[in-house]
Design a protein around this ligand. Structure first.
Ligand SMILES: *Cc1c(COP(=O)(O)O)cnc(C)c1O
Length: 405
């Protein structure tokens, strides 16, 4: 399919290019030292991802450890309540550890093992990426250092406990605001010093090349499975697909299965409390071009041009940028990027729980809320939503802040 002069038949061969660019977005804006390390990872990845042994091992792990393929569920009661559009969900909440993140963590850890590394390093904010990576490290017998700000360590006690039980070393970062930004800096520092024995595992389709490409490729299992399952189930393609967007990994993997199809694609950013800078994390909607965390993309900046403070009710979505591929697909117009606020999101959290017996992650509830709106607008047809994770981690917070709706 050709769209806006881009041939999507050959899209994955051409994007990113060998320097890691999707159009003008992407690249690797890092120190010469780290550039060497990124090059080593890129070369290893290109060799390994063509190797039968690597592919077979990853397939076996997905089947026997992660519980893939995850099913698609027809949300009949929700669909009936809204009208004639049939809504379906790809159930990444049923992936081991309860979200899509394990898809790329298992890939990254397997790559680390093939490269002969002894350790995986990452930062975490809410702890979801840390838990997924600690799980992967335990599976492969790798050491695991997770950098986390003191403030987040206090806020996210259950995830800190999970990481420790899984054998990870949670490194407390005590300087600055003691949250995600400082944790990223500390983890990068540690990686620069120890990259001969370790690999840095980024938690989304962000960071320097090759991570946006590699994480998308590892997550594309979601979209490829979903396309196959949906066509078998209904005899046709969905009319529209919807995913939520933090850094953009669950969306990138889900969209990858459908970019070459006549399907309307929606990527949904958190509008939080409203359109004022600091009240949302809708970077593609309100941001501008800039470089952060080693890549060029669209980002929310403060008056000094630094990454702006952002907010979302979903801690997995409050990131001031999106992966470079999303900036590119936005510019092309191949994907419709839109927003949904906290209030609609919490309504959707309860609707899906009550009508379908599925408690979604607040992140995923953004996609569900948007699909509910879209269903009313479309009037007929079908929508497939990527349910990126389950909501157990969010229950206490929702009840405390919103009560039972
Ligand atoms: C982390 C997370 C997200 C956001 O990350 P992406 O890279 O944008 O996918 C979405 N949903 C869940 C359940 C998460 O844990």
């Amino acid at each position: 399919m050709v769209f806006n002069n881009i041939d999507f038949d050959t899209y994955f061969k051409n994007y990113p290019n060998e320097d890691g660019y999707f159009g003008k977005y992407g690249g690797a804006y890092v120190s010469p030292e780290l550039k060497k390390a990124m090059k080593e990872i890129t070369e290893a990845y290109f060799t390994i991802c063509k190797s039968r042994k690597f592919i077979d091992e990853l397939r076996r792990i997905r089947r026997e450890f992660q519980g893939r393929p995850t099913p698609i569920s027809h949300l009949e009661r929700l669909s009936n309540k809204l009208g004639n559009v049939q809504i379906y969900a790809k159930r990444e909440d049923l992936n081991h550890t309860g979200a899509h993140k394990l898809n790329h963590c298992m890939g990254e850890a397997l790559l680390a093992k093939y490269m002969g590394k002894k350790k995986v390093i990452a930062e975490t904010g809410a702890g979801q990426h840390g838990v997924a990576l600690a799980t992967a490290a335990a599976y492969f017998g790798l050491e695991c250092d997770i950098y986390m700000g003191s403030v987040d360590i206090k806020k996210q006690a259950p995830n800190v406990a999970r990481m420790k039980i899984l054998g990870a070393n949670v490194v407390e970062v005590t300087h600055g605001l003691q949250t995600l930004k400082e944790a990223v800096d500390a983890a990068f520092d540690a990686y620069c010093k120890g990259y001969k024995d370790a690999i840095y595992c980024i938690g989304s389709v962000v960071g320097p090349h090759p991570f946006p490409m590699m994480v998308r490729d590892f997550q594309s299992v979601v979209g490829i499975e979903a396309r196959d399952q949906f066509t078998k189930m209904t005899g046709e393609l969905p009319d529209a697909i919807v995913a939520c967007l933090g850094g953009g990994s669950n969306a990138a993997g889900f969209f990858a299965g459908f970019l070459n199809d006549p399907v309307d694609i929606y990527g949904i950013e958190p509008l939080g409390r409203g359109t004022t800078l600091g009240d949302h994390a809708a970077s593609l909607q309100y941001g501008e071009e800039g470089v952060m965390h080693g890549f060029n993309s669209i980002m929310l900046k403060d008056e000094n041009g630094d990454p702006a403070p952002v907010y979302s009710v979903a801690s997995g979505l409050d990131y001031p940028s999106s992966g470079p591929e999303h900036a590119f697909l936005h510019e092309l117009g191949r994907v419709n990027y839109d927003v949904i606020g906290d209030d609609d999101t919490i309504d959707a959290f309860f609707e899906l729980s009550r009508l379908e017996g599925i408690i979604p992650a607040i992140e995923s509830s953004h996609a569900v809320a948007y699909a509910m709106k879209l269903a009313k607008k479309m009037g007929k047809g079908s929508i497939l939503v990527n349910l990126s994770g389950r909501g157990d981690k969010d229950m206490d917070y929702v009840i405390e802040k919103y009560g039972i709706r």
